[in-house]
Design a protein around this ligand. Structure first.
Ligand SMILES: [Zn+2]
Ligand SMILES: [Zn+2]
Length: 809
């Protein structure tokens, strides 16, 4: 008798993991039926015909709701990964374009791949006469650009291009800005942190320029599920009264969820089999069993390592399959990307390993399994990655825990993990550095006047004054009347931005405006949206002379210092020389079996106190600090077991930046418990080790409070800070200027302490391990650390309401 294969390609694998305990928790989602409604008859007849051509007979309920809302107000849609979100903003756009032949729409995508995908989707309605989409980004040939500016009525671009290539030249985009009806911001949740704070500046500039051309713009946003969609929409755009569409009417597949923890190899030191090794084996198994997989890793380094391990594994058992897995990430040329996408769609490629869901377009074919290796930082992105599995109505979604503190914290609380609400997306558009950068860019686009409070908020003038002090802006009184203000190359004649900014109600001697001090400046060129610093270092392969890529200048000292191992497209390189003067790193192919971790020295200086409160027996402060960092050397570690090979010293200059931080000062009463023999003195090593471990634990659990990654946060603990005069722990935003992470942590400090104590108290290790107090990014290479001391300090803080140090030990 022939048994028909009714089990899934992953059934055997799951059964085995259940038996040997690696499967910490399993759960099922779905299936859920679709809720369908009729297509609204008010849509333009051409749109109705287009829907028919595209084979769409009815709408999911949320799509119809989104359309109705878009006709009324700013709207954000936050339904699931494959729920047909695009139609939510495509319908009102198509309707606007079919109803008014002059109307224009602007679509913003964070990546090129997504813009390309959306351009294809728009073409599917067969409305080629009414709807003329065009991608305008860095890859658009120069000679095609003029035609796009004239002809295209849907311009698909990214925030960077809008910022540096479109807004400053708004005069040559007159048709777009004069008739701009709809702005679509897809994947809005990506715009958080530094990038989000910048994009908030760019969008304010966009709305300002559009208003100057007399356009009344409707902004439509789509986002993955986050805790604060309306707030995100308001912060990104500065607009109020945002409509929220979050009741998903699309069908959900039946998805099996597996939480996977690699087995312990040494309980005392908390060592587990590496998540990479575990994932490689798991993927090899899935590929062999016929599943099409996507695997997400946090770091590029991880992607390259995992791809190599997986290929080697398959090479041993199934050489043919080894050719059918590939890494995929930013940094590839458009041709390489498209080739990989095509192979994935055809099914020829069985597994692709990538850093981020966004690296891929939407249209990547049906995938059976989505494997997420180590916690991606937020539940929101984890859910989005898992959403890739089950396009045929069934799928497997796996989370492989790493040794990192949060991962193991979740494995001890699997139910809490699976039921965790998604996080809030945090950005701070008023972060002084970023806000001022965009005011400067805006001044190029047209003089800044009192009406700009509408776009830049009530504090814009204080920031403008700061730019005057810095010698970048100057004040000018406009003569009245002022038909056009020709400041900056970008302001066109005719309908100039100056018209609306000149202040027609201004009395007497005319309105005061801010203009660039040096009109020939082009401020947008100096502002990178992706990082707080515009500088980058080139990475050059000395064996071939080839330019491999770029790295941010701010990170160059720690990533491409002399001797660093740098991974690029599946290959390792060793840095032969970091050439600071010419801003480049010279690298050569490398075959060794180690990686490198930098050793850093950090100092913080308090620059400005913004807020302070007494809580848990400590003085807790929030404010601006300057962080000075010196990369002192690096540790070489073996790939296989992370054992240290050696420590090499470097001689690099220090770098520094200003940012936001919280800090708390611990007094004698809080620290009494560290006095082991009760003689009234606390050994220095115990004190430093305890504070350092508290700092690490708090940084580890901070992402539970704010949507960020521990790599976004820095810390410093000291027995004696010169400005506070005593033992102090600092936790700072890792990005120049700060982006609101530590403000959130300041407000929820008590929670931060509670979570940190749980993290440490529940870890089964004896004296500290990577799953509790050790940090993979510690610039001190995790020295000194005291797990027990940290527990004493945190317990003391948390019992401090009736503060009696003797009681709790
Ligand atoms: Zn531990
Ligand atoms: Zn540390």
């Amino acid at each position: 008798m022939v048994t028909e294969r009714t089990i899934e390609p992953w059934s055997a694998l799951i059964d085995e993991a259940r038996a040997d305990g690696r499967l910490v928790r399993e759960a099922h989602e779905g299936p859920g039926a679709a809720r369908l409604v009729d297509i609204p008859g008010e849509l333009h007849p051409d749109v109705l015909a287009g829907l028919e051509r595209a084979g769409i007979q009815r709408l999911y309920s949320h799509q119809a709701q989104a359309l109705a809302s878009a006709w009324e107000r700013t709207t954000i849609v936050t339904t699931g990964t494959a729920s047909g979100k695009s139609l939510c903003f495509n319908l009102p756009t198509l309707d606007a374009l079919c109803s008014d032949r002059f109307a224009r729409a602007l679509y913003l995508y964070p990546t090129k791949a997504l813009a390309q995908d959306q351009a294809r989707a728009l073409a599917e309605f067969g409305l080629s006469k009414q709807v003329r989409p065009a991608i305008y980004d860095g890859d658009t040939p120069r000679d095609a650009r003029g035609d796009i500016r004239r002809r295209a009525n849907v311009v698909l671009t990214n925030p960077d291009m809008l910022h540096v290539g479109i807004l400053p030249h708004h005069g040559s985009w007159e048709r777009l800005f004069s008739h701009l009806r709809i702005v679509v911001i897809d994947e809005a949740h990506v715009y958080r942190g530094v990038f989000g704070s910048h994009v908030a500046g760019v969008l304010r500039r966009l709305l300002r320029v559009a208003a100057a051309y007399g356009s009344d713009v409707r902004v439509l946003l789509a986002s993955a599920t986050i805790a604060n969609p309306v707030e995100l929409a308001e912060r990104l755009t500065g607009l109020q009264d945002v409509g929220l569409i979050d009741d998903d009417g699309s069908p959900t597949p039946r998805r099996q969820i597996a939480m996977w923890n690699p087995p312990l190899t040494d309980e005392a030191i908390g060592a587990r089999r590496s998540a990479l090794g575990e994932a490689a084996e798991l993927l090899a198994r899935l590929v062999r069993d016929g599943a099409r997989c996507i695997c997400f890793m946090k770091s590029r380094k991880g992607v390259e390592l995992l791809a190599r391990m997986l290929t080697e594994d398959l090479q041993r058992s199934d050489p043919e399959l080894a050719q059918r897995v590939a890494p995929y990430r930013a940094g590839y040329t458009p041709q390489q990307r498209r080739a990989l996408e095509a192979r994935l769609m055809s099914g020829e490629l069985r597994a692709v390993i990538t850093t981020d869901a966004l690296e891929l377009g939407i249209d990547i074919g049906e995938l059976d399994a989505a494997v997420v290796v180590t916690f991606p930082g937020t539940v929101a992105s984890l859910r989005q990655m898992w959403g890739r599995a089950g396009r045929r109505g069934k799928g497997l979604a796996v989370y492989v825990a790493g040794e990192d503190a949060l991962d193991q914290f979740f494995c001890r609380h699997p139910d809490e993990f699976l039921e965790r609400p998604v996080e809030a997306a945090i950005l701070d558009h008023e972060s002084p550095q970023i806000h001022q950068a965009h005011l400067l860019c805006a001044a190029y686009e047209g003089p800044l006047g009192c009406e700009d409070a509408e776009f830049f908020g009530p504090r814009w003038e204080a920031h403008a004054e700061a730019l005057v002090s810095a010698g970048l802006l100057r004040k000018r009184t406009l003569p009245r009347p002022s038909p056009s203000v020709g400041v900056g190359v970008g302001v066109g004649v005719g309908v100039g931005v100056g018209d609306t900014l000149a202040g027609e109600e201004a009395t007497g001697r005319g309105a005061e405006v801010y203009v660039l001090r040096r009109p020939a400046d082009y401020p947008a060129a100096g502002v990178s949206l992706r990082s707080a610093s515009p500088d980058s270092f080139a990475i050059v392969d000395v064996s071939s002379g080839e330019l491999l890529g770029q790295t941010e200048a701010a990170r160059a000292h720690s990533t491409v210092h002399d001797g660093a191992i740098y991974l690029h497209m599946g290959r390792s390189y060793e840095v032969r020389e970091l050439d600071l003067e010419h801003r480049r790193a010279l690298v050569a192919p490398f075959n060794g079996d180690w990686y490198t971790q930098p050793k850093r020295e950090t100092d913080t200086a308090i620059e400005r106190l913004l807020d302070r409160r007494e809580t848990l027996g400590v003085t807790l402060s929030f404010g601006e600090v300057s962080v000075t960092e010196t990369v002192l050397g690096y540790q070489r570690k073996r790939l296989s077991d992370h054992a240290q090979v050696d420590l090499v010293m470097l001689d690099l200059p220090q770098t520094s930046f200003s940012t936001q931080a919280l800090w708390f000062e611990l007094d004698g009463a809080t620290l009494t418990g560290l006095d082991g023999d009760g003689d009234g003195t606390i050994p220095m090593d115990a004190l430093l080790g305890s504070l350092h471990a508290v700092e690490h634990a708090q940084i580890a659990v901070l992402p539970l409070i704010a949507m960020c990654d521990r790599w976004d946060i820095g810390g410093l603990s000291t027995n004696m800070h010169p400005q506070t005069g005593g033992p102090t722990i600092f936790i700072y935003d890792g990005h120049p200027g700060g982006i609101g992470i530590t403000r959130q942590a300041y407000q929820r400090f008590e929670e931060l302490c509670r979570d940190a104590r749980r993290l440490i108290a529940e870890c089964p290790c004896e004296s500290g391990c990577p799953s509790c107090v050790q940090s993979p990014k510690c610039g001190n290479l995790n020295e000194p650390l005291s797990k027990t001391g940290a527990l004493v300090v945190l317990s003391s803080l948390l019992s401090s309401t009736s503060h009696s140090p003797g009681n709790i030990f």
